[in-house]
Design a protein around this ligand. Structure first.
Ligand code: CP
Length: 304
């Protein structure tokens, strides 16, 4: 790959994405061995710099880095000098001075990973910036779809819910389209930006219409923490109109898979019966995240 950072899916070509997925396939085999560790990045240092909570992304980056034999530092904002007022750039430069080769950053403000990539030498990996992008989530989602369906080209993928605030959707839409999928967006008019229609993406405000005949249903979390006003009347109303139930899922293809990046709001965007069904690949997404993040670290190579 040409790039030293992973800031946005938009910076990756179809060939780059395919290389990452193929490389992740090899690492997945490593993760099935008794000794799940390779010396590939021994001597390198990965710093997880998370300004927002995370369960899946932070732990899977940590495991991925450890499986590649790097040293890993988990930087906790709440116990750092950030609480004394240290700026983002000063914090990042301090981490650089400690010898970080990779900085995996999550922040509530869009653009922070891009800013850091201009300020420090380490390879920057975007682990979610505001409502902008979450590129490694899209890569692990593409890996999971390809694994379950054999290919992505020609598949119909419905992305459902809070598209407006979802960095997962903003990375998945270009990723899946580059790989040849037909992407549909489903949700209330207040949460699906009309601008996507100009890019040739079909928008459905009715779940029953949008979900018909799709191969993949990708549910999104309703991000109440990013909603500064009422985008829908109540969560009960939201579930009634756009929640994924078994009845609605029966309108998709009979072998359709159900995805969710987590964390899930059961009973808000997805019924527990669906979330725990055989069609759900939600925990496979989590498992695949380790191999995909190993591939990203390996292909970026780190500073120098
Ligand atoms: N999918 C995802 O980003 O989950 P976390 O917030 O737990 O990392």
């Amino acid at each position: 790959m040409e790039t030293r950072h992973l800031l946005s899916i938009k910076d990756l070509s179809k060939e780059d994405i395919t290389l990452i997925l193929d490389t992740a396939n090899g690492f997945r085999d490593v993760l099935k061995r008794d000794i799940k560790k390779v010396p590939t990045l021994r001597g390198k240092t990965v710093v997880n710099l998370f300004y927002e909570p995370s369960t899946r992304t932070r732990t899977s980056f940590e495991l991925a880095a450890k499986r590649l034999s790097t040293d890993v530092i988990n930087f906790s904002v709440t116990t750092s000098s950030v609480v004394k007022g240290e700026s983002l750039i000063d914090t990042a430069k301090t981490i650089q001075a400690l010898g970080a080769d990779f900085v995996v950053v999550r922040h509530s403000s869009s653009g922070v990973p891009h800013l850091l990539s201009e300020q420090i030498d380490a390879s920057i990996i975007n682990a979610g910036d505001g409502i902008n992008e979450h590129p490694t989530q899209a890569l692990l989602d593409a890996f999971t779809i390809r694994d379950k369906k054999g290919q992505i080209e020609g598949l119909k993928v419905a992305i459902v819910g809070d598209i407006l605030h979802s960095r997962v959707a903003k990375s998945n839409i270009p990723c899946l389209r580059k790989l040849g999928a037909e992407v549909r967006l489903i949700g209330p008019p207040t949460l699906v930006p009309e601008g996507f229609a100009k890019e040739g993406i079909r928008i459905y405000y009715s779940m029953e219409e949008g979900i018909v005949d799709v191969d993949v249903v990708m549910m999104l979390r309703i991000q109440l923490e990013r909603q500064d006003r009422g985008f829908f009347p109540t969560v009960d109303e939201y579930f009634r109109l756009w929640g994924l139930t078994e009845e609605r899922l029966s309108l998709a293809k009979s072998d359709a898979i159900v995805m969710h990046p987590g964390p899930m709001n059961r009973g808000v965007e997805i019924d527990s019966l669906v979330a725990d069904s055989e069609k759900a690949v939600i925990l496979d997404q989590v498992t695949n995240g380790i191999a995909v993040r190993m591939a990203v670290l390996y292909l970026l190579g780190g500073r120098g």
